[in-house]
Design a protein around this ligand. Structure first.
Ligand code: ADP
Ligand code: HMS
Length: 562
């Protein structure tokens, strides 16, 4: 019997996806998706105050459901005995408070409905004030602890979130022993860990979000944190000093989880990492190619050999970490806090009157109502794209800024807001949609410019994730705005496939993840090439986008006519 099956698990913002893969050739045997039920009902969240929390049970139920479903769908007899390894990727920074035993507080009766005891999702921006305090304090610090995270600490990250929760919830603070990223918690859970000090931390989350750096000898010292707020006293001592790359095992599947999943305890559980990092590997990243994972948000990943990067520090990105993507190389991360979410926002604005009208119509059958709403939800972005693709654009057409969820890169500032300008009576839904799509592409170009300006060349673009697969309109606009071809990867599940590649490496089926990537990678399906006619028009409009952005930031008065 072939005993080379591995499982990759990808925890996205709305759902978890698992894939069962044959590690010998990368063949995808089966896959399964589970939408988080509590999250779907909007529980524990308040978009108006940027509070986005996820209950650990959403993750645990999804883990069990998708893995069992994959095994069952495979149709392979005794598949449970043939699985060699599991690796997990998750969103991040998505941390949670745990007690001494490593149990998330929301799993305890006392805290089961308390959002502050749950995972603080990456896009939760309740800690803007705390991030600013970290940035301000670092300015005065003798050691620049932000130098490997782009020089700016974001409210999307670990320490800002921890401090915020400690300040707003004394009960949670008192019950907290340690604080752990989602990507480090799941391997701990699967391996049956019983003490928080045994949680193995991946270098990916530690380096990009928690200020861990080998050059600092680990995390910043206690004094750094207590100077920001004495509430943080002692926390760092209960965190970690060692980190691991994702090609290494975290341990074996515990007896409890082996039984729950129908697998054996010889299954190796790999060290976890962030979705976009494993996604870049699933999408066959190459040195100096920007791998853009384009979904709800974007994560823009780049790897470069250590000896070439040397002392170059790229300002305003989400960090550069030795081994965060591919062990042995410097992994760099940048991104946009709202990409697909910006389109989803417009969709919801446009659907509101229709949904309301359907509610108001008396005597309408509930099934019909639901069918109409579902139909609109599914088709609206596709029909908007079709119409928007037919529009011509001039210098003064509607112009938007994409910071609907703040700005992640360049120079994280989650307090910034989006904008749409140049509206007139002829402005209709497709024109607004076109402007928003264009703004997200301009935001993407600003990231490329930042890498290049700081001495890191961008030699090509790789497109991954939901939007890259679903929207030829947006990908063509991206190629035109960037004036660079963009190659779209074949895989529907690059993050989960990347996790499967790491699982295969952690189990020793490959020596290096690059070898797994070569053999298990599915290749590319198409390339969008810049259209000459549009390149100069977008180049001009990009200058206008930058001027409008500077105005919104309060840096400059408006030097363009909108
Ligand atoms: N046809 C479409 N055109 C543009 N964006 C789309 C389209 N269909 C879905 N999206 C966007 O894709 C995003 C989801 O991407 P996906 O990669 O599936 O999820 P995640 O980011 O959670 O991993 C949503 O924000 C949605 O607005
Ligand atoms: O920010 C990171 C990683 O650093 C991502 O986890 C976050 O953008 C979530 O990505 P998705 O768009 O939900 O796939």
């Amino acid at each position: 019997m072939n005993e080379s099956y591995v499982i990759g698990i990808d925890y996205g913002s709305d759902s978890v996806r698992s894939v069962l893969v044959d590690a010998i050739n990368g063949e995808e045997i089966s896959s399964s998706v589970f939408y988080y039920p509590r999250w779907k009902r909007g529980e524990y969240c308040d978009a108006a105050s940027s509070q986005f929390r996820q209950h650990p049970l959403d993750y645990i139920e999804g883990l069990e459901a998708t893995v069992k479903d994959c095994l069952q769908k495979s149709g392979i007899a005794n598949i449970g005995q043939a699985v060699r390894a599991i690796s997990v990727d998750t969103t991040g920074s998505t941390p949670i408070a745990v007690n001494e035993q490593g149990v998330p507080l929301a799993l305890l009766d006392e805290f089961k409905d308390n959002p502050n005891a749950m995972f603080v999702l990456w896009k939760d921006h309740t800690a803007v004030k705390e991030a600013k305090e970290i940035n301000d304090y670092n300015e005065t610090s003798a050691v620049d602890y932000l130098k490997y995270v782009g020089g700016v600490y974001s409210s999307e990250w670990f320490w800002a979130k921890l401090l915020h929760i400690f300040r707003v919830d004394g009960q949670v603070r008192k019950a907290t022993f340690s604080w752990v990223e989602h990507c480090d918690y799941i391997p701990f859970l699967l391996t049956g860990g019983t003490h928080a000090s045994a949680i193995k931390r991946g270098v990916c989350s530690a380096g990009h979000k928690s200020l861990w750096a080998a050059a600092f000898g680990g995390l910043p010292p206690n004094a750094f944190f207590t100077d920001i707020d004495p509430l943080l006293d002692g926390v760092v001592d209960r965190l970690f000093s060692e980190t691991y790359t994702a090609d290494k095992p975290a341990g074996n599947l515990s007896t409890e989880w082996a039984e729950r999943l129908g697998l054996s305890t010889s299954v190796i559980v790999g060290i976890g990492a962030f979705d976009c990092h494993m996604g870049a590997v699933g999408g066959q990243i190459e040195p100096y190619y920007l791998s853009k994972v384009m979904g709800t948000s974007t994560c823009d990943m780049l790897v470069a050999p250590k000896e070439e990067v040397q002392d170059t520090l790229v300002k305003g990105i989400c960090g550069q970490v030795d081994g965060s993507i591919i062990p042995g190389m410097i992994g760099m991360e940048a991104g946009q806090s709202a990409f697909g979410d910006a389109y989803a926002w417009l969709k919801q604005v446009l659907l509101w009157p229709a949904k309301q009208a359907l509610q108001d119509v008396e005597g309408l059958n509930d099934d019909v109502r639901e069918q109409v709403v579902n139909g609109l939800e599914e088709t609206l972005l596709v029909s908007l794209s079709k119409k928007a693709a037919e529009l011509s654009v001039t210098a003064t057409s509607e112009l938007a800024i994409d910071w609907l969820n703040g700005r992640r890169t360049p120079d994280a500032d989650q307090s910034l807001k989006g904008a749409i300008t140049g509206l007139h009576l002829g402005t209709d839904a497709p024109r607004i949609f076109r402007a928003i799509v264009e703004a997200t592409c301009f935001g993407a170009k600003a990231i490329v410019d930042r890498f290049v300006d700081q001495g890191i060349p961008v030699k090509g673009l790789i497109g991954l994730g939901g939007v890259a697969k679903k929207s030829p309109f947006i990908m063509q606009m991206m190629a035109n705005v960037m004036n660079m071809p963009i190659r779209i990867h074949k895989s529907e599940q690059t993050c989960a496939i990347g996790a499967a590649m790491f699982a295969a490496t952690a189990a020793g089926l490959y020596d290096r993840v690059e070898d797994a990537m070569k053999t298990m990678g599915q290749g590319f399906e198409c390339t969008y090439v810049p259209e000459e006619k549009w390149v100069p028009i977008y180049a001009e409009r990009y200058e206008r986008y930058k001027a409008l952005g500077a105005f919104i930031e309060g840096k400059e008065s408006l030097a363009i006519t909108v």
